[in-house]
Design a protein. Structure first.
Length: 147
């Protein structure tokens, strides 16, 4: 029996929670879009019955759910998914880039920075660090089995 990779398990749980939260936002409606920082434009479109906010938010939820599955696979919780190592490296990088990209923006364009961007950047850094540490831990194993 293999040891459970706690970093990837944690990252997967975080991604799953984020996916479920995005689904809840769809059902929560315009006020939820506003509260969670989707922007006034998305909230107004949701108020007007547009399909666009739900479509975009569903797409984000689907991606986050797939990312959770890859973390759970790397953690040893579910079967080995195709291109596991490659996917985990890309997911780690995307979370970390999303978290880090707003640091230079804060200094270059502070007028666009807001509390949501700060918190979401910190959250993405936590997710990305968890995925990166977990991916690093399985690197020797995954390197031989990634097809």
């Amino acid at each position: 029996m293999t040891t459970l990779n706690k970093s990837l398990l944690f990252g997967g749980i975080l991604s799953l929670i984020a996916a479920l939260l995005h689904i809840a936002i769809i059902f929560g409606g315009p006020d939820w879009y506003r509260f969670f920082g989707a922007g006034e434009e998305m909230a107004v479109m949701a108020e007007n019955g547009s399909w666009y906010p739900a479509f975009i938010t569903s797409g984000i939820a689907l991606i986050l759910f797939i990312w959770a599955l890859y973390a759970f696979s790397g953690a040893g919780l579910i079967r080995h998914l195709p291109f596991l190592k490659t996917a985990l490296v890309i997911i780690s990088a995307l979370y970390l880039i999303r978290g880090l990209v707003f640091i230079p923006i804060y200094f270059l364009m502070p007028q666009i920075f807001n509390e949501f961007l700060i918190w979401s950047s910190v959250i993405c850094l936590i997710f990305g660090t968890s995925y990166a540490l977990g991916t690093r831990a399985i690197w020797p194993v995954a390197a031989h089995s990634d097809q």
